[in-house]
Design a protein around this ligand. Structure first.
Ligand SMILES: Cc1cc2nc3c(=O)[nH]c(=O)nc-3n(C[C@H](O)[C@H](O)[C@H](O)COP(=O)(O)OP(=O)(O)OC[C@H]3O[C@@H](n4cnc5c(N)ncnc54)[C@H](O)[C@@H]3O)c2cc1C
Length: 459
């Protein structure tokens, strides 16, 4: 006999818990299933721990640079990784336990701990329990991909989850994958004191970004002593005593990098293979992402997919926005849609990259007339005062409508500054609204109007 609910939520990532709260608040009986740790990737192995570790790494970096500010530190700067990890664990625990307590204490919500698997379109099994509901919300997220590189079975390696247990400074960390996750770990471990090599198959880091952004980020990392091995077309792994050798076959330099530890940061895959989706008739694409429409409905009536598992976003804010869209449609009579949102994210190297809308390459591809504004951080007073002048800000404008098409802001505080542009994009207001705004001095954001006053045609 199945236990009946009004709704079943599988996974407690960034969409499920908030949705559980809304549905339960509306009087529905809700079952929430979690097989591992409450809060999913962001809380336990993603955003929160990495940004906490990055804060420790930045403290070490600033301490090493203290003399530049006239601050003298007697003795060397050392990093106690056990303390760094304990700080990270405490921040994670606060979120993870807080979420679990809140969910368990929420009226109308029943928690099931275990792996959820569809028996059919209305029934989900968790261990010995069979649950039934007309509405089922899938929020199962994703995990690190482990491509079968030649030799991968000979060596041990970390991924973003197992890196969370590291409480020592690796002598030489090799990071395979020069995209968002790989770069954050690479810079943080360099600052903790490791030698770091990034191995990337493509000819440049974070290929999704514009060439000037990739190059500037490469220069920032190299200036800190990170070794970049790009165009590594034939990556192969080999055990060498207690070390790991990575054949990189780069166009220049030694063909092999030997390190003490290896991190694979080669993308993510959705947790959809073991969900019994076939039993429910839910379709997935070739890469295993659940196919959804603009309101996050799957092909099976009553079943929705939210967060990373639907392939429509790969961020905490996209997963949370999925929750808002589903809740608005189901409970508020508000037809919000995925296509309402504007691409936005940050890369948390230091200084960070804040992104909104289209890249310059994407704007060029559309063939429309556009205007470009660009300003190096060396011409931003606030950055000079702080002694942090790496990077640049770039914005693209539609020459006819005057609407902002996109921005890439690489520099100190740019993960925050980008929102001044993003909000005007949501308002669909012309760029002149920001250009004429009086901003506070001295800030990084105050230079956005100045940059917008110096636009040139995109040639
Ligand atoms: C290293 C790293 C750093 C990141 N940094 C950022 C960042 O700074 N900013 C940002 O916006 N995003 C960041 N992300 C991405 C972000 O973590 C994810 O986009 C976000 O967590 C997606 O949330 P979700 O709700 O889709 O699923 P998840 O958070 O992955 O949660 C899914 C949950 O479902 C559970 N589950 C899976 N299958 C089942 C099942 N069959 N039965 C029961 N439970 C199940 C899992 O145990 C998990 O708890 C980062 C990711 C990584 C890996």
């Amino acid at each position: 006999m199945a236990t009946k609910y009004d709704a079943i939520i599988i996974g407690t990532g960034q969409a499920g818990p908030a949705l559980a709260g809304r549905l339960a608040g509306a009087g529905m009986k809700v079952a929430v299933i979690e097989r591992k740790r409450f809060g999913g990737t962001c809380v336990n192995n993603g955003c929160i721990p990495t940004k906490t570790l990055i804060a420790s790494a930045r403290a070490a970096h600033v301490a090493r640079r203290a003399g530049e500010y006239g601050v003298m530190i007697d003795g060397s700067i050392t990093v106690d990784m056990k303390k760094v990890k304990a700080r990270k664990d405490a921040v994670v625990r606060r979120s993870n336990e807080g979420l679990e307590q809140w969910l368990r204490g929420t009226e109308n919500v029943t928690i099931y701990q275990g792996h959820g698997r569809f028996e059919d379109a209305h029934q989900v099994r968790v261990g010995d329990e069979l649950l039934e509901a007309d509405r089922i919300f899938i929020n199962v997220g994703g995990r690190a991909a482990t491509p079968a590189l030649p030799g991968h079975d000979q060596v041990s390696y970390f991924n973003n989850s197992t890196m969370m247990e590291v409480d020592f400074v690796p002598e030489h960390l090799i990071v395979i994958g020069g995209s968002y996750i790989g770069l954050e770990f690479a810079q943080m471990y360099r600052r903790f004191g490791s030698a770091v090599t990034i191995v990337e198959m493509a000819p440049r880091l974070i290929q999704r970004e514009d060439v000037d952004v990739s190059q500037a980020i490469g220069a920032i990392l190299e200036a800190e002593g990170i070794n970049l091995r790009l165009s590594a077309q034939c990556i192969a792994l080999e055990k060498r005593g207690d070390k790991v050798a990575v054949n990189v076959d780069c166009s220049a330099g030694d063909k092999t990098v030997v390190g003490s530890h290896l991190l694979l940061a080669m993308g993510r895959v959705p947790n959809t293979g073991d969900l019994g989706l076939k039993n429910a008739g839910v379709t997935v694409d070739q890469r295993g992402y659940i196919e959804v429409d603009d309101q996050l409905r799957t092909n099976v009536p009553g079943i929705y997919a939210l967060g990373d598992c639907n392939g429509r976003g790969a961020f905490t804010h996209t997963a949370y926005n999925d929750y808002e869209i589903v809740a608005a449609n189901l409970l508020d009579g508000d037809p919000r849609r995925v296509s309402d949102r504007i691409t936005a994210y940050a890369l948390y190297i230091d200084p960070p990259l804040g992104r909104a809308g289209m890249t310059e390459a994407e704007v060029r591809k559309t063939g429309r007339k556009a205007l470009l504004g660009k300003r190096p951080m060396t011409r931003v007073g606030r950055a000079l005062e702080k002694g942090e002048t790496q990077g640049f800000m770039k914005v693209l404008i539609d020459a006819e409508t005057k609407e902002i098409l996109g921005a890439s802001l690489l520099g100190i505080e740019c993960d925050e500054v980008i929102h001044s542009i993003l909000d005007v994009m949501y308002a669909k207001a012309p760029y002149t609204v920001i250009q004429r705004a009086m901003h506070i001095h001295p800030t990084v954001t105050e230079l956005i109007p100045t940059m917008l006053g110096e636009l040139k045609p995109l040639e």
